[in-house]
Design a protein around this ligand. Structure first.
Ligand SMILES: [Zn+2]
Ligand SMILES: [Zn+2]
Length: 328
């Protein structure tokens, strides 16, 4: 048996219970989970904002663990390897998206901790093709946020192409990681927080952002692009107003409140709005190679599995450190 935190639906309290040990099927590995980060997406699932999860479900898609057993047909992962498991847990491999480098859009895609049991447990099973080697420099708990905040942040940053002046709306875990990478690439970062959140603004300046202010304030200069890491639709027209002609607003959240209507003038001059969905394995390979080179640091608060409710409250509070469940 193993211990797992089981979710049975938005109306039911999470339950830490003994469940049977999952077996690795063909192409899969069983992983002894060492750490698993709590992400805002987990909160959206808990709150029923992402519909139709597998039930009962083990949440968690920022898994760091060690391969324990290897299923039939797995050639390139051996027992004892430390791996990370991200949100993208399985794709069909044959649709027009999968065959054109856009597996993040596969209509059959299954996601870890949503359609597939995730890492709020002592053991997890994952498709070996969707496991990444974890950079050695990172302790287990500090590696966990790289797997979602880091990967989605990386993909969002890529969507801003060569933007020199980059606005980051919602200065949480993902924005902190993106800011470190963007600054290392020689870009200039401008951080937008909840109005009056001086602690986050100070943290942004300490990290190297050249300006930090409230999301309703105009930045001191026009931006070339902005990334929204907040689930607040009202920020979209505000960000559009802050970007220069030709600039783009990238929405990184999986769920967002409605975007209010706004004058066409804000979009005019070839400004764009786009969303970023999920990740590809290529994003994972690129980012996990980049993070240690840049020296990306993550700030985490560890919680043992039995304090999962507290970890979730921590994540809800918008605290700057990522809540990470640690199984040791
Ligand atoms: Zn996530
Ligand atoms: Zn596909």
């Amino acid at each position: 048996m193993m211990r797992a935190v089981v979710f049975e639906g938005p109306e039911v309290a999470l339950d830490l219970r003994e469940t049977s040990v999952p077996e690795a099927g063909p192409g899969q590995v069983r992983i002894r989970v060492l750490a698993c980060g709590v992400c805002r997406t987990d909160l959206h699932i808990l709150d029923g904002e992402l519909s139709e999860p597998k039930l009962p479900l083990v949440l968690g898609h920022q898994i760091v663990g060690v391969v324990e057993t290897v299923g039939d047909g797995v050639m390139d992962l051996a027992a004892g390897t430390r791996v990370g498991v991200p949100w993208l847990g399985w794709t069909c491999g044959s649709c027009r998206y999968c065959t054109s480098g856009r597996e993040n859009l596969c209509p059959e895609a299954r996601f870890t901790g949503y359609h597939l049991d995730g890492g709020f447990a002592e053991l997890a099973v994952a498709d070996a093709r969707f496991c990444f080697p974890v950079p050695e420099d990172y302790p287990d708990d500090q590696a966990a946020p790289l797997l979602c905040a880091g990967l989605i942040g990386w993909r969002s940053l890529r969507m801003t192409e060569g933007a020199e002046r980059l606005g980051l709306y919602g200065f949480g875990n993902a924005a902190r990681i993106v800011a470190q990478v963007a600054l290392a690439q020689g870009r200039r970062c401008f951080a937008f927080t909840r109005p009056g959140d001086e602690a986050s603004q100070r943290a942004a300046r300490e990290l190297g952002c050249e300006w930090a202010g409230g999301s309703t304030e105009p930045p001191p200069q026009e931006l070339d692009a902005a990334i929204l890491f907040a689930a607040v639709g009202e920020l979209v027209p505000l960000a559009l107003r802050a970007v220069a002609p030709g600039g783009g607003v990238v929405c990184a959240e999986i769920h967002m409140s409605d975007i209010p209507s706004f004058p066409y003038e804000l979009l005019w001059h070839e400004r764009t709005i786009r969303s970023v969905a999920n990740l590809t394995r290529q994003d994972g390979v690129e980012f996990l190679a980049t993070a240690p080179m840049v020296g990306v640091r993550t700030d985490v608060t560890p919680f043992p599995l039995e304090r999962v409710e507290e970890a979730i409250r921590h994540a809800r509070s918008g605290a700057p450190r990522t809540a990470v469940l640690v199984m040791a």
